[in-house]
Design a protein around this ligand. Structure first.
Ligand code: SAM
Length: 339
């Protein structure tokens, strides 16, 4: 391979490392996704892991929140013994020691029932949900689907959370978010919206931290509950006690790294930047067939195993070589769009 081509590949690989400090730190610290910092920064503010041994991690793939949970809940960083971590996602997730995995849709009753049965009589003290839909770009629709995920997570939570427990979930602060706050306030004494430092300001993503689970007296958890109620049309019209305002809190070290800024690569004098591959590449990503086909086409071309022209280098580096790395630390497609 020509030295120009090698330099080109390195530049391509390091550009995301330069642009996104949390993406780079995640790889350095061994997290599967930059999202790990969001949960860690929420914990810095709310101490959510105190006295917690049983947790449900909803929408968990690729698993950085489960990694945080097993590191925080155990001495040696491996779940097991008294600690129970149940992780659920639509996508397959590479195994994590001691983490029970369920592959399924959290809006489906069958998945909810599987989660509940894992706890057979016991209750969790914490439920977290970082669920995000694949965004369409149509904001109303994206917010609606996100709200559905949150309500599905809340429904599951009502079955497994112990009184006094905590529920943390991603929320899109769209125009109808007030209804969600009201619904959460029915079940929790304290509801706060947290914006971790590692979540971009440009994103409508935030996290509700719902503390002190207190279902209404006589409330019977029921998986057939409807999700978002369609009767409400103009939620900003809610007033008086029906309109719930919840505190909004920035968390994480506010003088620390800003997720919206670009930081230079930290190189010691004269040293060349060393690229790290992501810790956990995706399993069967949807683009795999296309990449394989392109690679085969490339090889089929005369002299195709080693691109020699700049054009060939561009096409190989952008889509074939670096794509796995770029996508493997991915954020929810909709929330931040920063891959
Ligand atoms: N917290 C994860 C981590 O730290 O690695 C990242 C979660 S990622 C932002 C959002 C996840 O939500 C995706 O893996 C996606 O498959 C999952 N998801 C979206 N809709 C879902 C659903 N209906 N049921 C289960 N998982 C869902």
């Amino acid at each position: 391979m020509s030295s120009n081509f090698l330099r080109f590949l390195k530049m391509g690989r390091s550009s995301k490392d330069k642009r996104d400090i949390y993406y780079r730190l995640a790889k350095e610290e061994g997290w599967r996704a930059r999202s790990a910092f969001k949960l860690l920064q929420i914990d810095e503010e709310f101490d959510i892991f105190k006295d917690v041994t049983r947790v449900v991690d909803l929408c968990a793939a690729p698993g950085s929140w489960s990694q945080v949970l097993s590191r925080k809940l155990t001495k040696d960083g491996t779940a097991g013994g008294d600690v129970k971590i149940v992780a659920v996602d639509l996508q397959a997730m590479a195994p994590l020691p001691g983490v029970i995995q369920i592959q399924g849709d959290i809006t489906k009753r069958s998945t909810a029932e599987q989660i509940i049965s894992e706890f057979s009589g016991q209750q969790a003290q914490l439920v977290v949900c970082d669920g995000a839909p694949d965004v369409t770009g149509l904001h109303d629709l994206d917010e609606y689907i996100q709200a559905q995920l949150l309500l599905a997570a809340l429904n599951i939570t009502t079955h497994v959370l112990a009184p006094g427990g905590t529920f943390v979930a991603k929320i899109f602060r769209g125009k109808d978010v007030t209804l969600l706050y009201s619904q959460l306030k029915v079940f929790f004494s304290r509801v706060t919206v947290a914006k971790p430092r590692s979540s971009r300001n440009s994103s409508i993503e935030s996290f509700v931290v719902c503390e002190d689970y207190r279902p209404p007296e006589g409330y019977v958890p029921n998986m057939t509950n409807p999700l978002l109620d369609h009767q409400y049309s103009d939620l900003d019209q809610l007033s008086g006690p029906n309109r719930v305002l919840v505190p909004f809190l920035a968390c994480g070290d506010l003088s620390g790294y800003d997720a919206d800024l670009t930081y230079p690569l930290q190189l010691s004098e004269g040293a060349e930047y060393e690229y790290r591959p992501p810790n956990q590449p995706p399993i069967n990503p949807p683009y795999q067939d296309a990449v394989e086909k392109k690679r085969t086409d490339q090889l089929a071309k005369p002299g195709g195993d080693c691109p020699t022209t700049p054009d060939a280098a561009v096409s190989l580096s952008a889509s074939d070589v670096d794509r796995t790395a770029a996508l493997s630390l991915q954020e929810p497609a909709g929330a931040e769009g920063d891959g």
